[in-house]
Design a protein around this ligand. Structure first.
Ligand SMILES: [Zn+2]
Length: 265
């Protein structure tokens, strides 16, 4: 399948894979019919423009995603939970990209055809729950501004979810729990830490005293609400699932090359 091939590390070198038509020859590139470098009919042009715009929209969606809490191997950090309890979960794919990084994609199999599941990628999606946390690790922005803390998403894998239900039973709420998280050097360590220790439970007054922020306004538009670090994310706004067609467009898929039927432009 095209999708599998795209992320197959052991794939053949490009020159072996390239179809003969892709050899750079002006006469072939400009030939009419089939795929061409140049778009010369109004319908083709309109379709290519819309496809490009849809791709831009996807990128914009991804850029606006909040950062996730994450530890490197051997690292430890402290965070504070903002949710009262776990109220959001979904299936998610973790995909290794050709440059060796990992990225997540929302799995849509519960309601629609998921091209990533169809391709057997990532051995199927996993159920993850999410919390909102204040990461208390300071960081410095590109403009050399030091930010003392930041609100992040905490993705909790299936094998760690029970730990948070236990915290909820024990403390009555997750909100305000101060967690010291440590990640071991092990290959199989969890990205949010293997050892999670509750160090404290902060009240709302303490949270306000320590993590109050001003509103951020740009061009008269509120970019960040006042004290935005004190409320959990609205998960239904943060996570916008892609459609079957969008996932196919981004990752390839089983649809025959050149068959754009069903793509909603
Ligand atoms: Zn899926």
């Amino acid at each position: 399948m095209a999708l599998k091939r795209k992320f197959n590390k052991t794939r053949k070198p490009k020159h072996e894979e390239a179809p003969k038509e892709s050899v750079n020859s002006p006469s072939k590139a400009e030939s009419s019919g089939g795929t061409s470098i140049f778009k010369t009919s109004p319908d083709q042009i309109r379709q290519a423009s819309k496809k490009q715009q849809a791709e831009n929209d996807l990128r914009a969606k991804e850029r606006s995603m909040p950062f996730r809490f994450y530890l490197k191997r051997g690292e430890s950090k402290r965070y504070v939970i903002l949710d009262d309890e776990v109220t959001f979960g979904m299936f998610e794919h973790t995909i290794k990209t050709p440059d060796g990084r990992y990225r997540q994609e929302i799995c849509i199999k519960e309601k629609f055809i998921c091209p990533l599941c169809e391709a057997g990628l990532d051995n199927g999606s996993k159920f993850r729950t999410f919390l909102s946390v204040i990461d208390t690790t300071p960081f410095t922005t590109k403009n050399n501004v030091t930010v003392p803390f930041s609100k992040k998403l905490l993705p909790i894998s299936d094998r760690q979810q029970n730990q948070f239900y236990k915290y909820h039973s024990k403390y009555g709420t997750l909100r305000g729990l101060v967690i010291d998280a440590e990640r071991s050097d092990s290959q199989t360590s969890y990205s949010i830490g293997d050892v999670l220790m509750v160090d404290d439970q902060m009240s709302d007054e303490q949270l306000l005293a320590q993590f109050a922020t001003d509103a951020v306004v740009n061009d008269g538009k509120v970019i960040r609400e006042k004290n935005h670090c004190l409320t959990p994310f609205n998960y239904l706004e943060v996570f916008t699932p892609k459609t079957t067609e969008e996932l196919r467009m981004q990752y390839g898929g089983s649809r025959p090359i050149g068959d754009d039927s069903g793509i909603p432009f």
